[in-house]
Design a protein around this ligand. Structure first.
Ligand code: HEM
Length: 242
């Protein structure tokens, strides 16, 4: 049962995302909140600490103040929703609005306080390859197949020189959630104006990951099915439920 609060916040988020065309950054803000999780000690996760210093100032979070600030009007209108829920809901609404899969969503994450900010270095480095991606994603509790599926979120949005040092979108339709990311990264060199991060190309380094890239490139329904499961898991990492 979807609560009245969830319905109202979804409607406001959808209007905002449509107006600003900010699908990509809404997905990134939620991923960087949840992706700090460590299954080893239970720290980090989808708990809203990304809005506090020092986490807000970590290099990986550069530019995400834009997404958090856009969420503030909605938080002011619906103070009962936690920041942790708001960021995760913004991401699933953005993906649905962009034509992606419906991601099962559970409300009720509690916000943590500033002392629960995680140390820098929990999020992946785009200059690195598979051993690093495994270190980072295994720590969150994901496997290789989930790394490939989740990387498909780069179908949305773009990199920005002043945020990460990289530049440009991964696909020619960055506000549409589809399987075009996988088609693009299989190309030897990026099409003019498009981006391949070293960490995107890393997915082709291991035969099993490469096979999955090829599957997703030819079977969008399979990508959507696997993506929705992995994304729901991501959105609940470390969550403490009210
Ligand atoms: C953007 C790295 C995984 C969603 C970016 C950017 C980098 C990056 C460098 C550009 C940021 C900027 O300059 O604005 C990585 C690395 C990953 C990874 C190294 C490891 C596999 C993910 C995952 C998701 C995701 C798992 C979501 C499930 C996004 C989105 C954007 C983005 C949607 C576009 C943001 C925008 O349009 O402003 N990522 N990412 N990424 N990332 Fe990732």
């Amino acid at each position: 049962m979807v609560s009245d609060l969830e319905k109202a916040v979804r409607a406001d988020l959808q209007a905002l995302i449509k107006e600003k065309n900010c699908h990509g950054i809404m997905v990134r803000v939620a991923w960087h909140d949840a992706g700090t999780y460590s299954k080893e000690d239970g720290t980090g996760g989808a708990n809203g600490t990304q809005r506090f210093a020092p986490e807000s100032g970590h290099g990986a979070n550069a530019g995400l103040d834009i997404a958090r600030n856009m969420c503030e009007d909605i938080k002011a209108k619906h103070p009962e929703i936690s920041y942790a829920d708001l960021y995760q809901l913004a991401s699933v609404v953005a993906i649905e609005d962009a034509g992606g899969p419906v991601i099962p969503f559970r409300m009720g994450r509690k916000d943590a306080d500033a002392p629960q900010c995680t140390p820098d270095g929990r999020l992946p480095d785009a200059d690195k390859r598979m051993p690093h991606l495994r270190d980072i994603f295994y720590r969150m509790g994901f496997n290789d197949a989930e790394i490939v599926a989740l990387s498909g979120a780069h179908t949305l949005g773009a990199a920005h020189k002043d945020r990460s040092g990289f530049d440009g979108p991964w696909t020619s339709n960055p506000n549409t959630f589809d399987n075009s990311y996988f088609k693009e990264i299989m190309k030897e060199t990026p099409e003019s104006g498009l981006l391949h991060l070293p960490s995107d190309k890393a997915l082709l380094d291991e035969p099993e990951c490469k096979a999955l890239v090829e599957t997703y490139a030819s079977d969008q329904a399979k990508f959507f099915e696997d993506y929705a499961k992995a994304h729901q898991k991501l959105s609940e990492l470390g969550a403490v439920w009210a």
